[in-house]
Design a protein around this ligand. Structure first.
Ligand code: GDP
Length: 535
């Protein structure tokens, strides 16, 4: 390998950080994203992300359904620079557009930022996304938001994270007051207080005055009670709390915690600085030839998301690829591991704030969007040099189920084709009844939007109008050991057995309680909430 390429790769990896934000709707993800971009110099006026979105909605006919619903179906990658680092923020669809794509995006992320509303603490969507991060063992950074509003006690919030997620916490900064009395944060590493001044609507970077804890002025600056509370809190944290252990952070066992207020811009830059220091750089990935380091000179990456119909005029599809090793160059020829063909990667795109811009090169930790004329499936590996294949992305436990019917027999062929193609694309999981007489596919999804996308696309692309009947299940579990293991158990109750698209048995339950009951009755039965993809 040329030493030039080697040093180029080493430097690219050294300067790259990639992360996704996991949060529950309304915790402030959009706001935090805007503020991060503001510091990154990518946009100069916070609010531009939303404004851009509104503008796009007004001017493009990009996806009719998206317009009708006024929501964003895509997840994009925001790239910005801060202190010479190249930061890739993988946007995880939240809100009503929560879907399996949200989970898959985490498969491409090296770090996660868990954003929590200080008044609410841990919320359901955050917990679910945390589980996926835990499965991958990626570092989790916690940002506790909305300190400018009354919220729960900081110590109580840390305790909740420790008890419920089993993560050790280390507060990197500590809030001084809360709500109207929020005065800023204390940086425990530098032993400095950051006093913040509210700026009008938080649209500019907040003025940030740094004062040493030993500074005699500090007692005047803070109300006395806040000053003593801070001293007490710090004694407690230093006394009983663990030290920051980066090894544990990188293994996903300890989370550095930051407090702030995204809206008024308190603590965001401090967070960003430490995040860059503590976060994992793009690392090795496990593959069919073992661990491959990012500086491996041949290019490789995997598809983690497919996006259809971004531009209805062109009916194009975009495959989002996480670059794992080597250097990507426009128009390069790569091998497609699953289908064994060589393809040219033309028209590569980098996605910035939903706008497409062509790119010439990309490095490990980056995400590229490739036009996909139907050759890619979720989990596909592309590579140059010696053959290698990444592990693939598992199916995640769906929570919504519906039977899908085609009432028009003359459309049967289109219906079958559409369902099969949408499944291959990963738009939805498809399961079937074990009763041969019941041929209607069962759609299994993580979010309601997936059903709507499937029905919308079946009608628009395949000309089939369908009827959806919701089914009363909320939990799916794959049976380890397959049919054989299931038969050994004999008759089971309060569950419906179906098969997934690979013919493997899946048990559907109305609720978690029924699932636990079955496990209690049959301890020999091993169930799994995820199933590996064998694409
Ligand atoms: P998302 O759903 O997670 O993307 O949340 P948004 O960023 O859209 O924020 C949800 C609401 O919370 C909006 O009304 C924001 O203005 C508000 N918000 C976000 N961050 C803060 C904050 O730090 N303090 C306060 N008071 N409100 C915030």
């Amino acid at each position: 390998m040329s030493t030039e390429l080697q040093s180029e790769l080493v430097q690219a990896v050294e300067l790259r950080r990639n992360f996704a934000i996991i949060s529950h709707p309304d915790a402030g993800k959009t706001t935090l994203t805007e503020k991060l971009l503001l510091y990154g110099g990518a946009i100069h006026e916070a609010g531009a992300v939303k404004a851009r979105r509104a503008q796009r909605k007004a001017t493009s006919d990009w996806m009719a359904m998206e317009q009708q619903r006024g929501i964003s179906i895509t997840s994009t990658v925001l790239q910005f620079e801060y202190r010479h680092c190249q930061i890739n923020l993988l946007d995880t669809p939240g809100h009503q557009d929560f879907s399996e794509d949200t989970y898959r995006t985490l498969a491409a992320a090296d770090n996660a930022v868990m954003l929590i509303d200080a008044a609410k603490g841990l919320e359901p969507q955050t917990r679910k996304l945390f589980e996926v991060c835990k499965l991958r063992g990626i570092p989790i950074f916690t940002f506790i938001n909305k300190l400018d509003r009354p919220g729960r006690e900081p110590l109580e919030l840390l305790d909740e994270i420790e008890q419920e997620l089993g993560l050790q916490t280390y507060a990197v900064n500590w809030p001084i007051g809360m709500g109207d009395r929020f005065k800023g944060v204390f940086d425990r590493h530098k032993q400095q207080i950051h006093l913040f001044e509210r700026s009008a609507h938080g649209s500019r970077e907040a003025r940030d005055t740094i004062v040493e804890l030993t500074d005699p002025r500090i007692e005047d600056q803070l109300e006395q009670s806040l000053y003593y509370q801070l001293k007490n809190d710090l004694e407690l944290l230093d006394g009983v709390g663990p030290e920051l252990d980066l090894q544990l952070v990188h293994e996903g066992k300890m989370t550095p915690v930051f407090f702030g207020s995204a809206m008024t811009n308190f603590g965001v830059e401090l967070f960003l600085k430490y995040f860059l220091d503590y976060a994992l750089k793009p690392g090795s990935h496990y593959s069919s030839v073992g661990e491959v380091p990012p500086t491996y000179p041949e290019f490789s990456g995997f598809v983690f998301k497919l996006q259809a119909n971004m531009d209805p005029k062109h009916r194009d599809r975009v495959a989002f690829i996480r670059v794992c090793t080597g250097k990507f160059e426009k128009d390069m020829m790569v091998n497609h591991a699953r289908i064994g063909k060589i393809i040219r990667l033309s028209r590569p795109q980098k996605l910035f704030a939903q706008e497409r811009e062509s790119i010439d090169v990309a490095y490990p930790g980056d995400v590229i969007g490739l036009n996909n004329p139907g050759v890619f499936a979720i989990g596909d590996t592309i590579y140059t040099g010696q053959k290698l294949e990444y592990e693939g992305i598992p199916y995640f436990s769906p929570e919504l189920f519906a039977s899908l019917r085609n009432p028009n027999p003359s459309k049967s062929k289109q219906f079958q084709k559409g369902v099969a193609e949408l499944r291959e694309e990963g738009a939805v999981q498809i399961m079937y009844s074990t009763d041969e007489a019941k041929r209607d596919p069962i759609l299994a999804a993580v979010g309601q939007l997936q059903f709507e996308v499937v029905q919308f696309r079946l009608q628009n692309e395949y000309g089939v109008e369908t009827i959806l009947d919701l089914l009363p299940y909320s939990v799916a579990r794959w049976v380890e050991g397959g049919w054989e293991a299931l038969e050994k158990v004999g008759r089971i109750f309060n569950t419906t057995t179906v098969k997934d698209s690979m013919g493997r048995p899946v048990l559907l339950f109305r609720n978690e309680w029924n699932c636990q009951q079955l496990l209690g009755d049959h301890p020999e039965l091993k169930l799994s909430a995820i199933a590996p993809v064998f694409s």
